[in-house]
Design a protein around this ligand. Structure first.
Ligand SMILES: [Zn+2]
Length: 179
């Protein structure tokens, strides 16, 4: 709006937006003086304008820094929560293992091993012998004091001793133990 020209014919003090009072010059040819004056009143003076701009920039930087801090804090909280959940899961898993172990131990107590069930009822003095025959099969003899021996054959000595003890137990249960 540099529409004015000619000599300065007057001057007045105007207050700018920032509150600073400056000199407003009147020129010989100045068709838009009123508009020029109004515009001047609405704007800050250059030093105050720069100050306001710097303040705005500093505020923006501060806001951005605050947002970053907040994000970082929120993230740290999420990490802490995730760690707590992970810890709970580990504890839960360990607890499940402990319980499983206890259950297994309790089961083992309630359900004694097959060998104990099979051989415990045999009376003292019982003799179990296994002999490998030339044919390759095993001959097992169970001799219980006061009874006739029981003989069985099998391909494996381990299965054989179980078999003999079971035969004896069944015969005893049915009252058929040969005297
Ligand atoms: Zn000013």
């Amino acid at each position: 709006m540099s529409s004015f020209s000619g000599a300065v014919i007057g001057r007045e003090q105007v207050t700018r937006r920032c509150g600073c009072v400056v000199e407003f010059l009147h020129y010989e040819s100045d068709p838009f003086r009123a508009a020029r004056k109004q515009k001047m009143q609405q704007k800050r003076c250059p030093p105050c304008g720069k100050k306001a701009s710097d303040t705005f920039s500093a505020q923006q930087s501060a806001d951005a820094a605050a947002r970053r801090d907040l994000e970082r804090t929120k993230r740290q909280e999420r990490v802490a929560e995730a760690e707590a959940r992970a810890k709970e899961l580990r504890i839960e898993r360990d607890a499940v293992k402990i319980v499983e172990h206890e259950e297994q131990a309790a089961r083992a107590k309630r359900e004694p091993g097959k060998a104990r069930v099979t051989f415990e009822p045999l009376p003292p003095g019982t003799v179990l012998t296994v002999e490998k025959l030339p044919s390759g099969t095993w001959l097992g003899v169970l001799a219980v004091p006061g009874h006739a021996g029981i003989e069985r054959r099998a391909g494996s000595p381990i299965g054989l001793v179980f078999k003999l003890a079971e035969v004896f137990a069944r015969a005893q249960a049915e009252g058929k133990v040969p005297a």
